[in-house]
Ligand binder design. Sequence first.
Ligand code: SAM
Length: 298
Amino acid sequence: MIPEEQKKALDSWQLSARYWDKYRALIAKIFAPLTSGLVDEARIKVGQRILDIGGGTGEPALTISRIVGPTGSVMYTDPVAGMVETTQAEAARRGLANIHFTQCSADELPFADRTFDAAVGRLSAMFFVDPVKAVREALRVIAENGIASFVVWGPKEANPFFSAVTDVIDRFLEVPPQDPDAPETFRFAGPGKLVGVLENAGAKNVIEHRLKFQIEAPISFEQFWQLRTEMSGTLREKMAGIVPAQLPGVKQAVADAARRYFVSGTMSFPAQALIVSARKSAASILLDDFAHFQHKHE
Ligand SMILES: C[S@@+](CC[C@H](N)C(=O)[O-])C[C@H]1O[C@@H](n2cnc3c(N)ncnc32)[C@H](O)[C@@H]1O
C-alpha cells in the first residue's frame, strides 16, 4: 500500500472507532465465538503474557485479561488513536489492571524479542499493510515456544452478514475490479492464503481451522442496517456514492435480501471464519500439541 492509501485507511478506522464503541456490547456478543476460537487455538492460560494485534474496541484483549488473571497480562495494540482511547476507557470502567496499551501498527511492534507467550489478532490480519512483515514481527516478540493465532473471515458467500448488504448495494454502483490483495474484509478468505503468509514469515506447524457459527442477537433489520452502515468504512463510502433518491430503494432491496435472517425479533446469520495458528519454532511442537489435539477430538 502506498503511504497515502495507508493514511486513508487509518483515517477511515479512526472514523469507525466511535461507531465500534457505540456497538461495543453487541460486537462483543456477536463475535464472541471468534474470541473463544483464538483463546483455544493459542492455548491461553492463567499467568500468561498475551499480545493482541489490531485490538479495535478491545476484543480479544478484554476477554483475555480475565482469563490470564492478575498473574498474567495483556498488551493491547492498534494503530488508530480512537480505538486505543475507547478501549482504554472501557478497561478502566471494568477495573482491569493487567491490560496495557500501545498505539502501533502490526508491521512495527515496539517490543523486545520474546516478550509474550502468544500473539493473537481478531479480524485484523486482513488490514495489515505488509502481512508477511507483520507476522514476522509477531513471531519475533513471542517466546521460542510461543503460538501466533489470527482469525479472519471465510468466503464472502458463506458470510451473508456482509454479502446480503454489499451484493445489493454493488448493483446500484459502478464497482471497479478488486485487487485480491487489497486490505479488505475478505482478503484472506481463500483457503490456504493466510497459511501461505505465515509460512512465508517463517512460522512452523501452520494450521488452518474453519469455524462455522451463527451471528446472533435480538435486533431488528432496522438496527442491523444502522449498525452495518455506520460501522463499515467501505459501506459508508459506498452509501455516499448513491444518489439520495435511490436510498429508500437500496434499503428495501437489502431488507428483502436479508429478510430470512430476521425471525421473531432475532437476527441470525450463518457465518464462517478461518483461524490460522502457528508455532514460532519447530522445536516447540511438543507433547502440548498432542494433548491439545486429543482434547479437541475426545
Ligand atoms: C475489523 S477491526 C477488528 C477489531 C477487533 N480486533 C475486533 O475483532 O473487534 C480491524 C482492526 O484492525 C486495525 N488495523 C488496521 N490496520 C492495522 C495495522 N496495520 N496493524 C494493526 N491493526 C490494524 C484497525 O484499526 C481495527 O481496529
